[in-house]
Design a protein around this ligand. Structure first.
Ligand SMILES: Nc1ncnc2c1ncn2[C@@H]1O[C@H](COP(=O)(O)OP(=O)(O)O)[C@@H](O)[C@H]1O
Ligand SMILES: [Mg+2]
Length: 286
């Protein structure tokens, strides 16, 4: 069998993208790097690619670049890991939560309000403290912990001055009193190969914000939960955020469709890059 040719769609070469390129040299894979910001093509015409590829992996940092370049490659009939539907669903915290709930995956108690006028009504339902998040976003940006009415008024006021209509939609969630850590686990196809705890003194534990990664043993309950979350969004390679809720047990916070994993590899020694490439080879050869 010939070598599998994988387009790597990227905008910045981070550790993960370099790792895919390096690891491919040890496997039956040729990586064809595609720099999204300087890419152009004719919709539906795979001949716009200078080389043939069998499949693609999406690694763009910018959400719009990731989504739209995935859609372009799909227009050529090339499968992308993850597909555009999954990328779109995972970017939208409400859409993700909706699919999780419909698939009976436990989530934090979550409300959505469509204007600042009704946020106080949500606060009556949830009680303080609670969390307000942008529907779109990552790396813990623009998250607000609301301890009292004054916090609520401040955040609502800030948001009314943001000129993007997305900020008039409020994704409002119970504040989960976590044991000083969150869980991040990775799914690759039907497998859950590796995960970490993210410890932090701050309630936002993203490693991009200083959360400390510690290896995690994946128990059968976590494995089952991660796979059900992955199927809910039809994802192939995902990073799933889970909280240990003091009353409800494991709850899924969010699902990331273009995920960083440098810290996970660093603390666990698990070769997640190789796992993903082997999975992709399997998709092409099956
Ligand atoms: N409802 C919540 N209760 C407690 N901590 C939360 C809650 N929501 C988010 N966090 C913390 O903030 C981090 C970032 O929130 P998340 O929803 O994952 O947004 P992002 O897409 O920015 O990563 C989470 O990993 C978690 O540490
Ligand atoms: Mg997150």
């Amino acid at each position: 069998m010939g070598r599998v040719r994988v387009a790597l769609l990227y905008d910045i070469l981070r550790w993960e993208e370099k790792s895919f390129i390096e690891t491919s040299k040890k496997l039956d894979v040729d990586i064809v790097p595609i720099h999204i910001p300087t890419y152009y093509g004719r919709v539906g015409d795979g001949n716009s690619l200078s080389t043939d590829v069998d499949i693609a992996i999406q690694r763009g940092v910018s959400f719009y670049n990731s989504l739209e370049s995935t859609i372009m490659f799909e227009s050529y009939g090339i499968n992308v890991v993850n597909k555009s539907y999954t990328i779109m669903v995972c970017q939208d915290k409400l859409w993700t939560t909706s699919l999780l709930v419909r698939n009976k995956v436990p989530v934090p108690d979550t409300y959505v309000a469509f204007s600042h006028e009704v946020v106080p009504k949500v606060s009556e339902k949830l009680g303080y403290p609670f969390v307000i998040k942008p529907i779109y976003g990552s790396w813990g940006r623009l998250l607000a912990l609301i301890d009292d009415e004054e916090d609520m008024r401040t955040v609502v006021e800030h948001r009314t001055y943001m000129h993007n209509p997305i900020y008039s939609i409020y994704y409002v969630q119970e504040f989960v009193k976590k044991p000083g850590r969150d869980i991040r686990i990775f799914t690759v196809g039907d497998e859950v190969p590796v995960g970490i705890y993210r410890y932090s003194n701050h309630w936002i534990t993203n490693t991009a914000r200083g959360g400390k990664a510690v290896p995690l043993r994946i128990d059968p309950e976590l494995e089952d939960l991660a796979l059900r979350a992955a199927r809910s969004v039809e994802g192939q390679f995902l990073g799933i955020d889970i909280f240990e809720h003091p009353e409800k047990g494991y709850v899924v916070n969010e699902v990331n469709a273009v995920t960083e994993f440098k810290n996970t590899v660093a603390v666990t020694g698990y070769d997640l890059t190789r796992k993903v490439l082997e999975y992709i080879i399997g998709l092409v050869r099956r």
